[in-house]
Design a protein around this ligand. Structure first.
Ligand SMILES: Cc1cc2nc3c(=O)[nH]c(=O)nc-3n(C[C@H](O)[C@H](O)[C@H](O)COP(=O)(O)O)c2cc1C
Length: 486
């Protein structure tokens, strides 16, 4: 089910008792973070918050809107986001390929046939252009952008959908890259080196041209999720959002850049990045729970801000998990599992615990068939899109419930001979990893926690897990109520 815009989603949350309206004037400088952090740490993720009177701005601030299983599911228009995985799995089932090479070849066309909701191109102006501020009228200070944590380098837009077009093919990309606000019309552009926005900028740099950018805030929440999703290159996030919401996304031309933007967004910040220019960005209290260090990043020069007459500013904070973004990650874990199985049919389940901050820890169960199978799965993951960032992979047999971290710790402690079962590799590392030897490059480790085969150098007998026999269980079930044990 689709939402016409972000504010309709807020109304639905309100009607479902999922939104807490806060009338008290609260400061976007640190205070909103402290309140939101306490709420996000509540069991289940607490309610979504709408600060109706943020200090120094006339626009309300919405935060923690994705911050529970229920709201993340509502954002995608389903009762539970697992339904999307089930739908995808059913669509993909008849044609599961057998090997990684054929899977890769078949992956894109197959996915394309799934995505039959291409965006619509409206003549405009869109509702996101009810107010248009050009040139000197631009003033980003009007937006209640949070200064999230005490040692942050400044204020950051934290839920931006960054639109760019590939300078060679014209193909659109939408990624979520934080935006540091430097002054009224200049910001940072934190597209990390591995991300598609950075690739677009590299190409335009090689052509000695500036790259146009539109930073979008709001719209149907499925659009915001799509911007975070690890889609294969070439799959349009707006097409994917159309698939999720079962309705095309309506786009209009931006005012000062040659980019189409969602017609019903709350705010659009238009501008350009000069690939020859960079400026210190950060530090920023990040997903990892640590400050990511300041570094040189491109600069966005704002040429226009367009907005609704009465917009709501959507944002989040990141920090020590669990946080709101953990639910965006959980949705990705579930929705992308069927797509992962397309390449790796032996994978049964996957769990990226929220404490692992997306890529630090992956728990994977597989149907093991041959010697070295767990290692094959690790290497495939390290070669697959953003899964390449996974720092620690633990591979288990299919009878292990990888959603149960306690069970995983028990199995892994028992089932490994570290020297034999550990695999160390070097490669690209998430830019946010502060422990790696250099920015974006370091080592990763995999542990084969499966039952070992003789051909894997295991010459002994592998013991069974202790289990009570069924007939005894039945007898005890029958007498249980008589025993008086609660
Ligand atoms: C709340 C949030 C903030 C993020 N901030 C950044 C960021 O500042 N820079 C970045 O490169 N990726 C960031 N990401 C991750 C990207 O959005 C994600 O990797 C996305 O798939 C990138 O899209 P792309 O492949 O089109 O570049 C963030 C994700 C979330 C959920």
């Amino acid at each position: 089910m689709a939402y016409s815009d972000f504010q309709e989603f807020l109304s639905r949350l309100d009607a479902a008792g999922e939104l807490k309206r806060i009338k008290e004037p609260v400061d976007p400088y640190l205070e909103i973070t402290e309140i939101a952090d306490r709420v996000m740490k509540m069991p289940g993720g607490g309610p979504a918050l709408l600060f109706e009177n943020p200090k120094n701005s006339s626009f309300p601030v919405a935060i923690n809107i994705y911050g529970s299983r229920k709201r993340m599911s509502m954002a995608l228009g389903v009762n539970d986001f697992e339904e999307i995985a089930t739908e995808l799995a059913a669509m993909l089932k008849p044609e599961v390929p057998s090997g990684i090479v054929s899977a890769t070849r078949e992956f894109l066309p197959k996915l394309s046939t799934l995505l039959k909701m291409p965006p619509r191109h409206d003549s405009g102006p869109g509702r996101c252009q009810e107010v248009v501020q050009l040139g000197d009228e631009v003033n980003l200070d009007e937006i209640p952008v949070l200064h999230c944590w005490p040692d942050d380098g400044g204020r950051y837009i934290t839920l931006p959908l960054v639109f760019t077009n590939d300078p060679l093919t014209g193909k659109r990309n939408v990624g979520m890259y934080r935006i540091q606000v430097y002054d009224q019309n200049t910001t940072g552009m934190h597209w990390q080196m591995h991300k598609t926005g950075a690739e677009h900028a590299r190409i335009s740099g090689a052509q000695k041209r500036k790259i146009e950018v539109a930073v979008v805030l709001g719209g149907d929440p499925a659009l915001t999720y799509a911007a975070t999703a690890p889609l294969p290159p070439g799959i349009d996030e707006m097409l994917f959002a159309g698939f999720l919401r079962k309705k095309p996304v309506h786009l209009v031309k931006a005012k000062t850049v040659d980019i189409e933007v969602p017609a019903d967004a709350e705010f659009v910040i238009e501008g350009f990045v000069d690939p020859t220019e960079s400026r210190l960005e950060g530090p920023f209290g990040d997903h990892t729970g640590y400050y990511s260090l300041a570094d040189m990043y491109p600069v966005l020069h704002v040429t226009a801000v367009t907005r609704r007459k009465q917009p709501v500013y959507p944002c989040t904070i990141v920090g020590q998990p669990p946080m709101e973004d953990g639910w965006l990650g959980k949705a990705t874990e579930r929705i992308f599992l069927p797509l992962l199985k397309l390449t790796l049919p032996e994978v049964v389940d996957m769990h990226l615990p929220v404490e692992g901050v997306f890529h630090n820890i992956a728990l994977i169960s597989i149907k093991k068939r041959y010697p070295g199978h767990a290692f094959k799965v690790m290497h495939a993951l390290w070669g697959l899109g953003q899964a390449m960032f996974t720092k620690m992979i633990f591979v288990f047999d299919d009878d292990v419930n990888v959603q149960n971290v306690q069970e995983c710790l028990w199995r892994l402690g028992n089932n490994i001979d570290p020297e034999r079962d550990m695999c160390l590799v070097r490669g690209p590392i998430d830019v946010l990893d502060h422990a790696s030897r250099s920015l974006g490059f370091g080592s990763k480790v995999g542990f084969d926690c499966t039952r070992k085969l003789p051909a894997e150098g295991f010459g002994r007998e592998w013991p069974d897990v202790i289990k009570m026999s069924d007939d005894v269980k039945t007898r005890v079930d029958a007498m249980w109520s008589r025993l008086g044990i609660n």
